[in-house]
Design a protein around this ligand. Structure first.
Ligand code: AMP
Length: 285
């Protein structure tokens, strides 16, 4: 596995893959890798001769400097996991190279970035869309793989790639979970043991929503069931329940006619430096 710390190095590595006639799949990450990231790598490996990964804790998508500072960084373990998974090259860039001095160009999906989580975290999806565009331009892959766990992010990136005619496929991968149902996340390591145990409430609430949907319950009662389940866990602070139409993220109301997506944001830990967990599930009537 080639470990590249500059744009010119990763470009040289990928030029070598292209010269051999190989296709390239890309997996972008912020490091602190776990089995969820590896599911993306495996999907990329199945479809492409070469897999390129990136590890970059992108400063422009963090609103709170404390959240950025406390984001876990585990580079040695990450490199070992990527090597074991058969990744061909990894880019670990310096923020100063990704964001050249006095840069002024941003990418923003104007509607999708400013609903739901985008309202709670202003500028977050602009930071994501901008850095993902840069990483696409640097690596020029045939396809890029993203987790469905970050549901709004996946929709933002699909829309951006479509609108800007980016010549690659965007592939969504189902959420990988711990045995008790907690969605794997780099943030989980910041939970205390008690909060880690309590955090199973997110997936339990989503399971409950599917059960209610199967009984033909209207969407406002599904919303109520989600809130009741999460509020019953004293360690959890519910920040958002969003029930939306899958691709447009427009609010879903009334009786379910087809699949709907539920997106949850729940906080744990100290209120001055909380751990924000998200989870999502598409449920069917
Ligand atoms: P992150 O390092 O958190 O920015 O995540 C990098 C990529 O991995 C994103 O596309 C995430 O959606 C995806 N990802 C993170 N956690 C999971 C998971 N539990 N299952 C599947 N994909 C995931």
């Amino acid at each position: 596995m080639q470990v590249c710390r500059s744009i010119s190095d990763i470009r040289a590595a990928i030029a070598g893959f292209r010269a051999a006639g190989d296709t390239v799949g890309l997996v972008t990450t912020m490091g602190a890798l776990h089995a969820g990231h590896m599911a993306l790598v495996m999907a990329a490996k199945t479809a492409h001769a070469r897999v390129v990964a990136t590890i970059f804790v992108n400063p422009t998508q963090f609103g709170d400097p404390k959240d950025l500072a406390s984001y876990p960084r585990t580079e040695d373990a990450d490199l070992a996991m990527l090597r074991d998974a058969g990744v061909d090259a990894v880019l670990i860039p310096d923020a100063r190279e990704i964001y050249p001095e006095s840069d002024e160009t941003i990418v923003e999906t104007t509607r999708l970035a400013n609903v739901l989580h985008g309202l709670v975290r202003p500028g977050h999806y602009r930071g994501v869309a901008t850095v993902v565009t840069k990483l696409f331009n640097i690596t020029q892959p045939d396809a890029a793989y993203f987790g469905e766990k970050d549901y709004q992010q996946l929709q933002v990136i699909k829309r951006m790639a479509r609108d800007l005619h980016m010549p690659l496929d965007i592939v969504g991968i189902p959420t990988v979970r711990e045995p008790d149902g907690l969605a794997m996340s780099s943030r989980n390591v910041r939970l205390t043991e008690d909060d880690r145990n309590a955090a199973v409430v997110l997936s339990r609430a989503l399971d409950k929503a599917q059960t209610e949907a199967g009984r033909g319950v209207p969407i406002d009662r599904i919303d109520q069931a989600l809130r009741t389940t999460i509020n019953a866990e004293p360690r959890a602070r519910l920040r958002a329940v969003d029930i939306v139409e899958p691709a447009t993220l427009a609010p879903a109301t009334g009786l379910m006619k087809g699949p709907i997506a539920i997106m949850l944001s729940v906080e744990f830990g100290p209120s001055d430096n909380p751990v924000m967990l998200i989870d999502q599930r598409e449920i069917t009537p």
